[in-house]
Design a protein. Structure first.
Length: 132
């Protein structure tokens, strides 16, 4: 935490160091494995990425929980390492009040990615991601 009690920039997914919970692009995305949990502030008017190293075709559940004021929302996609959503796994403009966003998916050859952004108007959504 910084002096104001807020997470350091790197922990908020806003860059600034090797401990960033999400990357600004697929190349810089930190890698997570089954059992991981990580948190950050959703990027506003930008996109963040996290990479998952799950064996190819192995089932995995990714649970994304957002907290924020009324009307706050997230846009998310589960992507192949080669680009493109996996079998239509895109969930956009979902209000955080409607509950967690869950992807029941499988590991992809070369890894897979979570792409996430806060929908506008941005309200400072705090995000927690669990990989089961």
């Amino acid at each position: 935490l910084d002096r104001s009690g807020q997470p350091e920039l790197a922990q908020r997914g806003l860059g600034g160091g090797p401990k960033a919970a999400i990357g600004d692009n697929m190349h810089d995305a930190p890698v997570y494995h089954r059992g991981a949990t990580f948190a950050f502030t959703a990027p506003c008017r930008a996109t963040g990425y996290a990479k998952f190293d799950i064996p190819t075709d192995e089932p995995v559940k990714i649970i994304i929980t957002g907290t924020g004021p009324e009307g706050a929302g997230l846009g998310t996609s589960y992507l192949r390492a080669t680009g493109g959503a996996v079998d239509g796994q895109m969930k956009g403009d979902l209000e955080v009040a409607s509950g967690p966003i869950v992807f029941d998916v499988t590991g992809q050859e070369g890894g897979s990615f979570l792409q996430i952004t806060e929908t506008v108007p941005c309200k400072g959504v705090e995000v927690s991601v669990t990989v089961e």
